[in-house]
Design a protein around this ligand. Structure first.
Ligand code: MEV
Length: 335
């Protein structure tokens, strides 16, 4: 039976999350934590998912009238599961073809920590399922389908997470309608970043909805904040290209302040950000949708150990980021 292994990276948003949903640019980079999806064709029409790493131990998905039905004994299936099942549905519709598969999903990343797991799950599932069905999709097409998955699950989403997970590297990215503009950024050195995360209190979907509600109540105010985030992101692009780390750090701090103003930071995230700064980081901000989740701190080598130790004490996990990594990869294990 045909068997395929696909993997896709997580990401950190260096600048511009949330504003990117409203058409402003963001700078995002792929990290060396990946989601793996192994897909094996079945003789019947069933889709079986084993996603222990997503903390849903055994779950049957069947394809009904044009849509994928997820059945689980658990009252609440993890948010990541809705991306997985939607990815199968969207791929089937796009290829106009359906076959049963066994899917085994594993993740090197904590799920829902703000590192783009849901996008990586979507992208790797699309690639694995399509390849099993005998189709070789380009990374660009996988990115577009992945975006569709995120939009359908979240209601509103930018193409940022799925694009970086499919293409990899570091991108400045923005979109107009369905057109995604992207400029690869050749960073002059590896950015010395530390990623830390704390428990997620809210999902990406909820955080995006929260910002939308605030914008409905105070559109001019929120639009000014979004515009400022866009301005900071453009400045940061220049600073990154010049490898001016102290300027990059300063702009990270400003970006965090603007995200806090949008109401997406939390006390725990603010604590991490301030601890990092007071331990010597050049800058620190939340990354991703917020509501708990991850922060990134820019740390020069001489301070790296101290910052990492301090952040480790106050977070669930802290580690040095390896950025600029490869996008989606597919390997055929059996034909
Ligand atoms: C989530 O990683 C990033 C957000 O900007 C949402 C999105 O871009 O769809 C908060």
């Amino acid at each position: 039976m045909v068997k395929v292994l696909a993997s896709a990276p997580g990401k950190v948003t260096l600048f511009g999350e949330h504003a990117v949903v409203y058409g402003y640019p963001a700078i995002v980079t792929a990290i060396n934590k990946r989601v793996y999806v192994e897909a094996e064709l079945r003789n019947d029409n069933e889709i079986k998912i084993n996603a222990q790493d997503l903390r849903v131990p055994g779950l049957i998905v069947s394809i009904g009238e044009g849509e994928v039905v997820v059945t689980t004994d658990y009252g609440r299936s993890l948010a990541a599961m809705s991306y997985l099942s939607k990815a199968i549905e969207v791929t089937s519709k796009f290829l106009n073809e359906r076959k049963g598969v066994n899917l085994v999903v594993t993740s090197e990343m904590p799920v829902g920590a703000g590192l783009g797991t849901s996008a990586a799950v979507s992208v790797a599932t699309i690639a694995a399922y399509a390849t099993c069905l005998g189709h070789e999709l380009s990374s660009e097409v996988i990115a577009q389908l992945g975006w569709q998955v995120e939009k359908e699950v979240q209601g509103i989403a930018s193409p940022m997470d799925t694009t970086i997970s499919a293409l990899g590297g570091t991108l400045k990215l923005w979109y107009e309608g369905t057109t995604v503009h992207k400029t690869p950024l050749a960073l002059s050195s590896e950015l010395p970043l530390v990623i830390s995360y704390v428990e997620r209190e809210k999902t990406t979907k909820e955080m995006v909805a929260k910002v939308k509600e605030l914008r409905n109540r105070h559109s001019e105010l929120v639009d000014e904040i979004m515009k400022s985030i866009g301005f900071v992101t453009n400045k940061a692009e220049q600073a990154l290209l010049k490898n001016d780390l102290s300027e990059v750090g300063l702009l990270m701090n400003v970006n965090h302040g603007l995200l806090d103003a949008l109401g997406v930071s939390t006390r725990r995230l603010n604590e991490l950000v301030y601890l990092a700064r007071s331990s010597g980081a050049l800058g620190s901000k939340l990354t991703g949708a917020g509501g708990g989740g991850a922060t990134i701190s820019l740390v020069q080598n001489s301070k790296a150990e101290l910052v990492l130790n301090v952040l480790s004490m106050f977070s669930l996990m802290s580690f040095k980021a390896v950025i600029n990594t490869e996008g989606v990869k597919v390997k055929v294990l059996a034909k």
